[in-house]
Ligand binder design. Structure first.
Ligand code: ARG
Length: 501
């Protein structure tokens, strides 16, 4: 029985919503993720109210005591989520009023609105979600760097249009994802800075006549500063939109890497084999080993893209100020973090246990005409042909070889000279070793020394730099986490000191 539930702040209305309508109105299902944040925000606000002389020390003590009992119940799984309450804010306030009476409990919400309250809860939560996800992102990055260290000389084909393009090494492929994921980390890190600001004290939209101290609640909650303008503080959800937008970009990378793994683990490619612990079987085909984990990463990308569109649509047509539509932003936000977080964890495991079939990748290289561009470049450099002439010549050579089924490795220098005469209508003096050198994968990579290319020395240099930047990012992340943990410890000390009275 919850006697105050119906009249905590419904005096204006005489009719009551049916239980269906009440459940429709309620955000409790999504609010389970912000119970602790809501309690922290309210406790910080009420400590400030006491410090400002707005409530007495005894009143604060009994409010904090009741709030801490809610926290305990929640942690022990005993907080009933009754959807007659519109949200966690009403539920907690009703619980406090119910326990300690409306004379004292009724002071808890002085100088505040649910509009700045929910905004502060979301920012507190988002802060932790971003840091948690960034940790998982760094774990995946670290695994990719680790695997790349074993493959700086593992030959592979690089593809454009999913067709053989150039010869490369597996480590450089992995590092390309390290770099993209580090950019994702940096984007989230920027979002963190903008999310880590306090909207508390904006009240409904236009501030309050109660002499509150916004800087103090900001400090108690460990925020770096205020969302100053009270209208902006309650109206804006761009911190959520930009975060999900970056999660969507992150998922686009995870999806692409997953697609590569799906393709490369087919019998036709056989470049990689997923660990059994990250594979599934078939209920009917006994031979199957399906890459379901990475397929699901690809699939979950759709959830995050959908969430981004949902959020953008929700905020688009609103009048300035809080509108109840904003309540619906929580679901897509949580869904995005869940999808991205679990995808990162799964992919880190996939790469940790991935069997890289170096032999298969090497034989694909040996059978390919991918050295054609290197041959054309060698002709340009050693025989003073223009690149266009060399391109035409090698194009003709490949055409003939494909027709006759001759692999690149079996082409003779005489063939090349004959084609020179045919295509360019002149004799070109070719050194006998040119062809051999130009199509040998190791010599090819040795010569490709342009910055960022898959020359093994260049790749090793890139790997060692990436290893250092992972370390620096970890330090930044732990510093941010520590700052928040320290602020929370200080808040909890204040709470237990005041609650004792
Ligand atoms: N449940 C609401 C939400 O999640 C909290 C704010 C409600 N504010 C209001 N004025 N009805 O957004």
């Amino acid at each position: 029985m919850l006697p105050v539930v119906e009249d905590l702040y419904r005096a204006r209305l005489k009719g009551r919503p049916s239980s269906k309508t009440a459940a429709f109105l309620s955000s409790l299902v999504d609010d389970v993720r912000i119970v602790e944040e809501d309690l922290d925000g309210t406790e910080a606000h009420d400590i400030m109210l006491f410090e400002q002389g707005i409530i007495s020390e005894r009143e604060l003590a009994s409010i904090l005591g009741a709030l801490e009992r809610v926290r305990r119940d929640c942690r022990e799984g005993r907080l009933a989520l009754d959807t007659r309450f519109e949200d966690i804010h009403e539920l907690i306030e009703a619980r406090v009023v119910d326990e300690i009476g409306i004379e004292v409990g009724g002071k808890l919400h002085t100088g505040r609105s649910r509009n700045d309250q929910v905004a502060v809860d979301l920012r507190l939560s988002l802060r932790n979600e971003i840091l948690g996800l960034s940790g998982k992102l760094l774990d995946l990055i670290a695994v990719l760097v680790e695997v790349s260290e074993r493959h700086s000389e593992s030959l592979m084909l690089l593809y454009t249009h999913t067709q053989h393009a150039q010869i490369g090494v597996f480590a450089q492929y992995l590092i390309s994802y390290v770099d993209a994921l580090v950019r994702d980390f940096e984007r989230l890190s920027d979002c963190f800075v903008r999310a880590n600001l306090s909207p508390l004290g904006a009240s409904a939209i236009g501030g309050t006549s109660i002499p509150i101290d916004r800087e103090r609640t900001c400090e108690l909650l460990g925020f770096e500063g205020l969302v100053e303008n009270s209208i902006d503080a309650v109206s804006s959800r761009d911190f959520a939109v930009e975060t999900v937008s970056h999660l969507a970009t992150l998922m686009s990378h995870l999806s692409r890497i997953s697609e590569d793994l799906v393709l490369w683990s087919t019998s036709e490619f056989g470049y990689v084999e997923l660990g059994d612990e990250f594979s599934s079987t078939s209920s009917v085909m006994p031979h199957k080993k399906n890459p379901c984990t990475v397929e699901l990463v690809r699939g979950k990308t759709g959830i995050v893209y959908g969430a981004l569109v949902s959020l953008l649509t929700m905020v688009k047509g609103l009048t300035t100020g809080y509108n109840r539509d904003l309540q619906e932003t929580k679901g897509p936000l949580w869904a995005s973090f869940d999808a991205a977080g679990s995808s990162l964890e799964v992919l880190a495991g996939v790469f940790r246990t991935l069997e890289v079939r170096v032999d298969r990748m090497r034989s694909a290289v040996a059978e390919s005409y991918a050295p054609a561009v290197d041959l054309a470049e060698a002709l340009t450099q050693e025989c003073r042909l223009s690149f266009r002439e060399a391109h035409r010549l090698v194009g003709e050579l490949v055409h003939e070889s494909v027709q006759s089924g001759t692999p690149l490795s079996e082409i003779q220098i005489g063939d090349l000279e004959r084609i020179c005469k045919k295509v360019l209508d002149r004799d070109v003096k070719l050194s006998p070793s040119l062809l051999k050198r130009a199509v040998d994968p190791e010599s090819i990579l040795d010569k490709r020394r342009s910055r960022g290319a898959p020359n093994p020395r260049e790749v090793k240099r890139m790997i060692s730099l990436r290893r250092k930047s992972v370390k620096a990012l970890r330090t930044r992340l732990s510093e941010r986490k520590l700052k928040i943990e320290k602020a929370r410890e200080r808040l909890m000390t204040e709470v237990s000191e005041h609650a004792k009275e």
